[in-house]
Design a binder for this molecule. Structure first.
Ligand SMILES: [Zn+2]
Length: 68
C-alpha cells in the first residue's frame, strides 16, 4: 500500500525494469490514478487525478493502515 498526497494506492504488480506499480483502489468507480515507485523509493510517474475525495486512512506506528 502506498500513501501519496492523502490518497491510498494499492499495489498491482511489479514494473518491468524495476519498481512497483500501484493504482487507486477506486478504479472500479472510474478513477484512473496510478503511480510507479522505483525500488529506491523514488516515484517515477503518478497520475494523481482522482475523481473522488481522498479516503480517510490512519497509519499506525507499526506501518499498518486502517480505513476510518
Ligand atoms: Zn482515486
Amino acid at each position: 500500500m502506498l500513501l501519496l498526497n492523502e490518497y491510498v494506492y494499492s499495489k498491482i504488480g511489479n514494473r518491468a525494469g524495476g519498481g512497483t506499480r500501484y493504482r487507486c483502489p477506486n478504479v472500479n468507480k472510474g478513477c484512473k490514478a496510478r503511480a510507479i515507485v522505483l525500488d529506491d523509493g523514488v516515484i517515477l510517474a503518478a497520475n494523481n487525478e482522482h475523481n473522488h475525495e481522498p479516503l480517510k486512512y490512519l497509519k499506525t506506528n507499526n506501518g499498518l493502515y486502517f480505513r476510518l
